[in-house]
Design a protein around this ligand. Structure first.
Ligand SMILES: Cc1ncc(COP(=O)(O)O)c(C=O)c1O
Length: 504
């Protein structure tokens, strides 16, 4: 008799504990899909998030037990896990979720992830993923087409905006070093410099660090009153560095800054880069897809002339996390930064092998959920949804401006920033002690709003002032949702002010 734990039974069949027959998979899958469908329908009626402590969440989920030695029947724990996730998660699909830049998942994308996991294509090499590689290639072309970038560019799907920017950074480094930087590293040549506005997202520090340039290589260029890069200051800084014998390698223009949605003067920066032979990269992780909207400002459309662009389908294409996309005008620049040909791989070199275009080796089929969503909605509907998000943000800004207890700070793309200012303090704005009180008040207000569950906003600091920040990349949000924001904020702010005011 064979041991029951042995992999091969007496009849020669292998019945692995993780294997599941079709009937069981179907039953579990149907039950799970029913639960997910009910969740998606119920999100608007749920709080955005619950005010729970980390230990309460751990306790509710029963996460202090040991690694189970023996397995268990999946039905009960799968159903229970779904329920627990539904009861202890923050829902960025909530129509009143306005935090950071996080979109709801397109339902077709949710199904796409299931399908992708079932096929489990390894999209590192064409041979391992014939259909998936071709779908990813078309997804890259469609993304480029949507924002007006050349569709014969190189590109690939990555985990998000940080990675998309990092991939482009590596391409720029290899292209502009003037020596074989992959072989010799950055220490052997003149210092390489990268230029970015003070409003640039923190990916730039990670990239400069990981690429070996170091964060001191970043030249932080000041911004104008609208938080856009000051092109004249950029020019001057590049001149200084060139005179010192440094290599101005790359300028980063931001197409929609993380704090306020500011768009750098991309056309002007592009012209300067062309003149100096410097790589022009656009971080369009947030705002890049807004270039598709008919009302997009000309500066945003200018991303089409960049050497590389990072966009983020898990933001304004509403793809489920994770999905970023790096686009590089010259596909060979990506290969020059990433391709190696080890002896243990035998790929079809006439086909696209994504392992040659980015840092990952084994790669999942992230493109599928994006491709399905583009097919489901179509480009025209995407343009409309993005335009609607922008218009709703403008509506919110108008409602904030009209509210006697709120002060509007900025409105760009779909980001609105503002703060609570008690009526009695309006006349004293700018006074140092009042500003300190307003900062503390709005900090506490943010915390209270985030824990309250009625809506979710995040924060920005502009001109030294602590602001609330609402960003709409959410096709569930309606006019009623944005019009409800000012009074919810003001009501909560008044309560906090009453508690804090004696200290002013
Ligand atoms: C302008 C900008 N760049 C990069 C990122 C990073 O994107 P991700 O969080 O997808 O890595 C963000 C995120 O909000 C962003 O707004």
């Amino acid at each position: 008799m064979r041991d029951k734990e042995h992999a091969v039974e007496d009849d020669g069949e292998r019945r692995a504990p993780l294997a599941m027959d079709a009937a069981e998979f179907r039953a579990l899958g149907h039950r799970l899909v029913d639960q997910v469908a009910a969740l998606l329908e119920s999100i608007p009626q749920r709080p955005v998030t619950r005010d729970e402590s980390p230990s309460a969440v751990r306790e509710a989920l029963g996460l202090d037990g040991p690694l189970p030695e023996a397995g268990a029947a999946p039905g009960p724990f799968l159903e229970r896990t779904a329920q627990l996730l539904f009861d202890h998660s923050l829902f960025n699909a909530h129509p009143r979720f306005f935090g950071y830049i996080t979109a709801p998942p397109a339902p077709i994308g949710v199904l796409g992830d299931l399908l992708a996991a079932a096929v489990n294509a390894n999209v590192g090499a064409w041979t391992l993923s014939p259909a998936a590689t071709e779908i990813e290639a078309q997804t890259v072309r469609w993304i480029a087409a949507l924002i007006g970038y050349p569709t014969d560019c190189g590109g690939l799907l990555v985990s998000g905006g940080n990675m998309a920017n990092l991939v482009c950074f590596a391409a720029a480094r290899a292209a502009k070093a003037g020596w074989n930087v992959r072989e010799r590293g950055v220490g052997t040549g003149p210092a390489m410099r990268v230029y970015a506005s003070l409003e640039t997202h923190t990916w730039i520090q990670k990239a400069a660090d990981l690429a070996g340039l170091g964060t001191a290589s970043i030249r932080w260029i000041p911004t104008d009153a609208r938080l856009r890069m000051d092109a004249a200051a950029l020019w001057r800084r590049m001149d200084e560095d060139a005179a010192a014998g440094d290599v101005p390698c790359m300028v980063v223009g931001t197409a929609g800054s993380v704090s306020t949605g500011a768009i750098d003067p991309l056309r002007e920066i592009a012209a300067l880069c062309r003149e100096r032979g410097v790589w022009f990269h656009v971080d369009g992780a947030y705002g890049g897809f807004a270039a598709a909207a008919p009302e997009a400002p000309d500066d945003l459309r200018a991303l089409t002339v960049a050497d590389s662009v990072a966009v983020d389908p898990h933001k304004w294409l509403y793809a489920p996390l994770e999905a970023g996309c790096a686009l590089v005008r010259d596909p060979e620049a990506l290969r020059a930064a990433f391709a190696y040909h080890p002896p243990y791989y035998h790929w079809n070199e006439r086909a696209t092998n994504y392992v040659d275009y980015g840092p990952q080796n084994s790669r999942g089929f992230r493109a599928l959920k994006v491709w399905l969503a583009l097919r489901h909605a179509g480009a025209a509907a995407y343009r409309r949804m993005i335009g609607d998000d922008i218009r709703l943000a403008q509506t919110m800004a108008a409602a904030v401006e009209a509210h006697p207890d709120l002060e509007l700070a900025t409105q760009e793309l779909s980001i609105t920033t503002f703060r609570f200012v008690p009526r009695a303090l309006r006349a004293k704005i700018g006074d140092a002690s009042v500003e300190a009180h307003l900062d503390a008040l709005n900090r506490e207000l943010l915390d209270r709003l985030q824990r309250g569950g009625e809506l979710f906003v995040s924060n920005a600091v502009v001109g030294g002032r602590y602001l609330l920040r609402a960003c709409i990349v959410n096709f569930h949000t309606t006019r009623a949702d944005v019009e409800a924001v000012p009074e919810i904020v003001a009501r909560t702010g008044r309560a906090i002010d009453a508690e804090m005011r004696p200290s002013v």
